[in-house]
Design a protein around this ligand. Structure first.
Ligand code: ZN
Length: 266
């Protein structure tokens, strides 16, 4: 019976993540065009037909319609379904990390951070732009968590005022310098703002882990891309958001592992 109720809760969290993922798709598509993310119905990209309510069920509708528009039969990108499923999985992982019965608020903050990172990942991938409202949202999550840690009797995590403030600048300032010295070629201003907001949320140690993971995966992806297309121009945001997400889950562990390996701690 207990296992059954666990499965039911997992299914609910996953479904909730999918629904939020469906909203994130709207953000990824409309934020670069500065369209409203709450007003206006979804349309087919090919024929412009308004999509019916019954065809708006995340993942299921796409599968039932076999990835085609009901009206014009034009293929609908599987990307929407991928974003929905990914958000569902991320929410489930956050639920597993932060037991919602004991660390509910931290779990919710983690889900909100992951949702914002999904938008940064795909929007930067598509447009090479990092949305300022989304970065501000991440910064507000960090500020809220910090205020809670300072004022509430039980802190949400081990990020202190000092750690959050140093975290906000320890990566973003070097990134800003790289941007200025490279004339904006190696780094964009959006990457700097993103790491500033993420640093406020993650604290010093975890934002360094995030930058480390982001730069390693970004360099590997950049080399593969250059080998394939010959172009060295690519968006860094997806790899930074990957690094931030990895660090949100394993930052403390990876940071300590590295420090122990380097001989700084026993
Ligand atoms: Zn259509």
């Amino acid at each position: 019976m207990l296992i059954l109720s666990y499965i039911l809760v997992y299914l609910m969290i996953f479904s909730f993540g999918i629904v939020i993922g469906s909203f994130l798709n709207v953000c990824i598509y409309r934020l670069p065009k500065e369209e409203s993310i709450v007003k206006g119905a979804s349309h087919c990209m090919t024929c412009g037909e308004k999509i019916k309510k019954r065809d708006l069920v995340p993942i299921l509708s796409w599968c039932l319609l076999r990835g085609k528009c009901r009206n014009c039969k034009a293929p609908i990108s599987p990307r929407y379904t991928v974003v929905e499923a990914l958000t569902g999985v991320l929410f489930l992982l956050a639920f597993l990390k932060y037991d919602f019965t004991r660390q509910a608020l931290m779990g919710i903050l983690c889900c909100l951070l992951l949702a914002a990172l999904v938008v940064v990942f795909f929007m930067d991938w598509d447009t090479q732009l990092i949305s300022t409202p989304v970065v501000i949202f991440i910064g507000l999550l960090g500020a809220f968590k910090l205020a809670w840690n300072l004022l509430a009797p039980r802190p949400l995590d081990n990020v202190s005022l000092k750690s959050a403030l140093i975290g906000a600048f320890v990566v973003s300032v070097p990134f800003l310098l790289i941007e200025l010295f490279s004339g904006g070629k190696a780094m964009g201003r959006g990457d700097t703002y993103l790491m500033c907001a993420a640093g406020l949320f993650l604290g010093t140690k975890c934002v360094l882990v995030a930058a480390f993971v982001g730069m390693i995966t970004g360099s590997v992806a950049g080399m593969i891309l250059k080998h394939k297309t010959g172009s060295s121009k690519f968006a860094f945001g997806p790899y930074l958001s990957l690094g931030i997400a990895v660090s949100a889950f394993f930052g403390n562990y990876l940071g300590d592992l590295y420090l122990r390996f380097a001989g700084f701690i026993q």
